[in-house]
Design a protein around this ligand. Structure first.
Ligand SMILES: Cc1cc2nc3c(=O)[nH]c(=O)nc-3n(C[C@H](O)[C@H](O)[C@H](O)COP(=O)(O)OP(=O)(O)OC[C@H]3O[C@@H](n4cnc5c(N)ncnc54)[C@H](O)[C@@H]3O)c2cc1C
Length: 374
């Protein structure tokens, strides 16, 4: 095939562009992925690798549940090592108020027919996490959750897509997009491309691509931060979060502990750069040590952040353009898009090849914030 004139042109070589390319190519569709830097350079390569169903917005639960099933056998499907480990995820309750939050959430989840979040008491919390602070009173667990290695997972989708015929062009920034007749004409830094379908997976830059297509979207971008310790004695098998504090960490098999929690540094999107906010990182480290006194002995080895796309309601945009035919969007994952990638790629392939999806995508429409003109 001539990669300059594919059936589908995907803008963005993050995990969502790679997953969509894989599902499309496997369905026999000719796909080219344009990536301005290199595949996995941004959020998809530097995230915390959390594969989390626990605590999802209700609108995302159906997608996230299917994604979680896909993760369990993803290595076999992609014939690669994504680094996925099923470890369970526990959100810790620091006090009775947190427990009340969990009871209220349980009611909401049960009413919606979801049973995967199980509340645990103090004794069980201690059995699962023997090093947790005595102050903590319980928590909630999702057994199927775990983590994967972000760069390996994104690469696994890319390689599987390539084996099925998809072409990836790196160092190829999309500069302009216009529709001529039934085709999209795309000018990028090195070449021009023409395709029937266009898929916007441009992450923190997706609002710019949306405007080129003809859709406005209130996307913002930010720079969530992470830090990792040197190796420590093994003390935590589950992935750990907290009900009401900005805490999240996981201990890898080599003993290192990755600490997140959502605090944000400074984003410089125009220059592809981020800067750390050390004060906020220190708070994250303090929280970890408060919940797990053993962490007082930890030495932080490295800190970093990545550029991530956020929507005002923290839900992604998944679905069709509202102003142009044969244009599609999958972006705005608001710091929890890694887990969703296996299913969203499949959804995009279904939409493009059949015009339909098994999922209700209303909550993810690109125009959900627009005031309706009567
Ligand atoms: C520090 C951090 C921790 C996180 N932790 C988790 C976690 O534990 N679990 C979880 O589920 N999620 C997590 N996330 C979120 C997750 O990483 C993202 O939601 C997900 O990777 C988004 O993937 P993407 O493919 O949409 O975007 P990206 O990975 O950002 O890919 C978009 C790509 O589009 C390219 N692009 C943009 N504009 C153009 C253009 N004009 N031409 C060509 N290419 C272009 C960019 O260069 C980029 O490579 C975290 C994110 C960060 C930053």
């Amino acid at each position: 095939m001539n990669h300059l004139t594919p059936d589908v042109l995907i803008v963005g070589g993050g995990i969502h562009g790679c997953s969509a390319a894989y599902h499309l190519a496997r369905a026999g569709v000719k796909v080219t992925v344009l990536e301005k830097d290199w595949v996995s350079r941004h959020a998809s390569g530097v995230n915390a690798g959390g594969v989390r169903l626990l605590g999802r917005d209700l609108a995302e639960v159906p997608l996230s549940k299917v994604a979680m099933n896909l993760w369990q056998n993803l290595d076999d499907e992609l014939d690669a090592d994504t680094g996925f480990r099923r470890r369970s995820l526990i959100n810790i309750a620091a006090d009775e108020q947190d427990m009340n939050t969990l009871y209220a959430r349980r009611e909401k989840m049960h009413a919606a027919g979801y049973q995967h979040e199980i509340i645990i008491d103090q004794q069980e919390l201690r059995e699962r996490l023997p090093h947790v602070s005595d102050q903590c009173v319980g928590g909630v667990v999702s057994e199927s959750d775990g983590y994967a290695i972000p760069y390996q997972s994104t690469k696994a989708f890319r390689r599987a897509a390539e084996r099925n015929g998809a072409v990836f062009v790196e160092g190829e920034a999309v500069d302009s997009i216009r529709k001529v007749g039934a085709h999209w004409q795309v000018k990028a830094s090195k070449n021009s491309y023409q395709s029937e379908h266009l898929l916007n997976c441009a992450g923190a830059w997706a609002d710019k691509i949306s405007v080129m297509i003809g859709d406005n979207v209130p996307l913002t971008h930010s720079a969530p931060m992470l830090m990792i310790t040197t190796r420590m004695p093994h003390f935590a098998t589950p992935v750990v979060g907290a009900v009401s504090r900005p805490l999240s960490f996981k201990q890898f098999e080599n003993g290192t502990v990755l600490i997140g929690g959502g605090s944000k540094g400074f984003a410089d999107r125009a220059n592809n750069r981020t800067r750390l906010d050390y004060k906020k990182l220190a708070i994250g480290a303090k929280n970890a040590a408060e919940f797990f006194p053993i962490m007082k002995k930890a030495s932080v080895n490295r800190m970093w952040s990545g550029l991530e796309a956020y929507m005002p309601d923290n839900l992604p945009v998944i679905g069709e353009s509202v102003n142009a035919d044969n244009a599609w969007h999958a972006f705005g994952f608001s710091a929890h898009g890694f887990q969703l990638a296996p299913v969203v790629g499949r959804v995009m392939a279904d939409l493009i090849t059949t015009g339909k999806s098994d999922f209700d995508l209303q909550a993810f429409r690109i125009d959900r914030f627009e005031r309706k003109v009567l």
